[in-house]
Ligand binder design. Structure first.
Ligand SMILES: [Zn+2]
Length: 378
């Protein structure tokens, strides 16, 4: 069935790179994926995909052979980038590498998914149970997996398995990391640094909370990992003002449900202890990524083994399994087998020096097409 895949890849590689460049140059921070979404929809319609639509979460959805099916395979690649930029970010090609913030995570995967659709349409491949292709929104940061949540709700009871394209070629994420994220604000009297010296400082109480967060005894369980981070702090108006307010964004993560609950208790204790008559502490939970629920182990193994065997056959390398926080958190929390595989190689993820190896794209496209065909064989 896939004999002409090699030819397809050769014939489409320069077009794929052109599509990648165009998409890279469309800024798409979480919640602002509109222009990328419109681009993907028009592109899919241009290659003959029927019934493509954009939902309320700005997901671009193409149901391929899904009509009446209750054994759908959902395939996602996210359109949003971790960067807040609303202007196009610098793009350059150099020594076989393509540089642009977001080029790998997850724009390269998105483009590979789009060309996998093209291959299926051109070769009239009708996957058993159908594939719901989703260029999804809000995977990064405070997007809080809104895109995937919305899709899984809309197709509730109809999804058999879930594949996220969002990793490097030899890395498979099969265990999900849950997290809770908070915006915390302290408010207190403040005043003039000299005249009011001795008044309470909102910055100081926030700093004390930060110290307390890093002093939490982290659960140490074999094979499990739990972390904390304070990522953004904002406070102060001038050098001679005692700050009246201060704000931070902080999180904890774990691939262990019990540790997640423990950390929740620890954070709640720290917030409660800092909140007193003179200093108010306002806490807003801005992120909630669940850990895995009860997933059929045999089904999860089938996903794992199929993808691993295939990727190792194609690359000759050996796959590493890891924990990560991806769109898979949502299906896994609902008990639906899910796996996150990679379709490019590169580095500098989540930095402005992010790049991909251009030569990895043909391999990535072969992996995507073969994996999706294999996982949806009758
Ligand atoms: Zn990603």
């Amino acid at each position: 069935m896939l004999q002409n895949l090699v030819t397809f890849i050769q014939e489409n590689m320069s077009a794929l790179r052109a599509t990648l460049k165009e998409l890279c140059l469309i800024p798409a921070p979480s919640l602002f994926e509109d222009v990328r979404a419109a681009y993907c929809k028009a592109w899919l319609e241009g290659i003959g995909a029927k019934g493509v639509y954009i939902d309320e979460a700005k997901n671009v959805i193409y149901p391929h052979n899904c009509e009446g099916s209750s054994a759908i395979t959902v395939v996602v690649a996210h359109t949003d980038t971790v960067f807040p930029d609303r202007e196009p970010m610098p793009y350059r090609e150099e020594n076989g590498r393509i540089y642009c913030p977001g080029v790998g995570d997850d724009t390269a995967s998105l483009v590979v998914m789009m060309y996998a659709v093209k291959y299926m349409l051109e070769n009239d491949i009708r996957p058993a149970g159908g594939i719901l292709f989703v260029a999804n929104s809000c995977e990064e940061g405070l997007g809080n997996l809104l895109g995937t949540r919305t899709v899984m709700q809309a197709y509730k009871g109809r999804v058999r398995q879930f594949v996220s394209l969002d990793s490097h070629i030899l890395q498979i994420a099969d265990t999900c990391v849950g997290s809770h994220r908070y915006e915390v604000e302290t408010l207190t009297e403040g005043g003039h640094s000299y005249l009011d010296f001795g008044n309470r400082s909102a910055m100081l109480s926030l700093a004390e909370m930060i110290s307390a967060i890093y002093a939490i005894p982290i659960p140490q369980k074999e094979g499990k990992k739990t972390t904390v981070n304070v990522g953004i702090v904002e406070s102060g108006t001038s050098v001679n003002t005692i700050p009246q307010s201060a704000k931070m964004l902080c999180e904890y993560r774990s691939d262990d449900v019990e540790a997640l609950t423990y950390m929740e208790g620890q954070f709640a204790r720290i917030f409660a202890e800092a909140d007193c008559e003179h200093t108010r502490v306002r806490v807003t939970r801005v992120g909630d990524r669940p850990c895995a629920g009860k997933v059929n182990v045999a089904e999860l193994d089938r996903l794992r083994n199929t993808c691993r065997t295939l990727i190792e056959e194609i690359t000759g390398g050996s796959v590493e399994f890891e924990s990560s926080s991806t769109d898979c958190n949502i299906p896994l929390s609902l008990g639906i087998p899910a796996i996150c595989i990679g379709v490019y190689d590169g580095g500098g993820t989540h930095t402005r020096e992010e790049y991909i190896e251009a030569a990895s794209l043909p391999t990535g496209l072969a992996i995507a097409v073969k994996a999706l065909c294999k996982l949806t064989e009758v």
